[in-house]
Design a protein around this ligand. Structure first.
Ligand code: PMP
Length: 313
């Protein structure tokens, strides 16, 4: 986008580093049942391709500024992938050593991107889930001098990083008042941080957390699922005192069906957790009064899951 300022042409999109491109993602209006509307924050437009670029930069910048880590620190973190890519982006900005512990079996695309950005990868036992990856991270940290584990599952800097996302949503919505906020939870950081901030401006907004079938929050027996990035293994500490208005449990089949439909109907390439969020938003729209406004988040793109046959589920 160019504007003319006096005799100079100033290019508003000229940036001097990709790190400046984290955040300020678009909000897309989509149709829903009952003449309602869904407003989806398109987080795949971050430079690392997901919502977790925001967290990676916030964690590293915050810890450097607070003196918790220094330029010689080795960062170690358990991640399903997107936080790893976000952290790798941040580590490349500050030239820090980064070791990511990923349960084997998560998408190859994410692993390749983490390595491309300079991170070292350690695979953990998938049967032990993210808690196994956390235990492995702590074990590595005990062996490596001047190392630090952020632990996104308990670090309050995680939800805090999403306050800004909520402020962007508020700005994007302008005069519109949202009825509900629907979003997935892995660590719960995105959901808790965004909802808390949205409630400052919209006190009546309902917060609905999206979980895959097989999450401990969904009732029934916890089991593996194909929807990546969401599904809590322990009750997130960020949910304590938050006051959640509902849990939407979405099957892998329903999430992947929305992924395919979003591509064919709207030219929209979304990952499986976005598909789950879309399904939950559509289901909610069918239950809410006419002309409701549902805010949701699409955390990443389907390109990250092509090797997982996201379009041939
Ligand atoms: N969707 C995807 C694709 C993710 O990678 C994540 C992060 N694990 C989430 C949703 C959920 O984010 P959070 O950890 O903040 O709950």
């Amino acid at each position: 986008m160019s504007v003319f300022f006096a005799f100079l042409e100033v290019n508003e999109m000229l940036v001097t580093s990709v790190y400046q491109l984290v955040g300020q993602t678009p909000l897309l209006e989509l149709p829903a049942p009952n003449e309602s509307r869904i407003y989806a924050k398109l987080e795949m437009f971050n430079p690392g391709g997901s919502i977790k670029d925001r967290l990676g930069l916030a964690l590293v910048r915050g810890a450097l500024e607070a003196g918790v880590i220094n330029r010689q620190t080795t960062i170690i973190e358990p991640t399903a992938g997107n936080t790893g890519i976000g952290l790798a982006l941040a580590a490349s900005k500050y030239q820090l050593r980064l070791i990511l512990v990923v349960p084997a079996g998560f998408s190859q695309e994410k692993q390749v991107l983490m390595k491309a950005l300079g991170a070292e990868l350690v695979l953990s036992d998938p049967a032990l889930g993210m808690q196994g990856a956390l235990a492995k991270s702590r074990q590595l940290a005990s062996q490596i001098a001047n190392s630090y584990v952020f632990n996104q599952f308990e670090n309050v800097a995680n939800p805090k990083a999403y306050r800004l996302l909520a402020k962007e949503i508020k700005q994007d919505l302008g005069k519109l008042t949202p009825t509900a906020f629907v979003a997935g939870a892995g660590t719960g950081g995105t959901f808790a941080g965004t909802l808390q901030e949205l409630r400052q401006v919209y006190p009546d907004i309902k917060g609905i957390v999206v979980q895959p079938a097989g999450s401990i929050l969904s009732g029934g027996v916890a089991h593996q699922h194909k929807t990546e990035g969401i599904g809590v293994e322990i009750e997130p500490p960020f949910f304590k005192d938050l006051g959640i208005d509902g849990i939407a449990t979405i099957s892998d089949e329903a999430a992947f069906k929305q992924v395919r439909q979003a591509a064919s109907k709207w030219g929209l390439l979304i990952g499986s957790s976005s598909g789950a969020a879309l399904q939950a938003s559509l289901e909610l729209a069918a239950k809410l009064p006419a002309r409701s406004k549902i805010v949701t988040i699409f955390p990443d793109s389907s390109e990250r899951y092509l090797s997982k046959n996201i379009y041939n589920f």
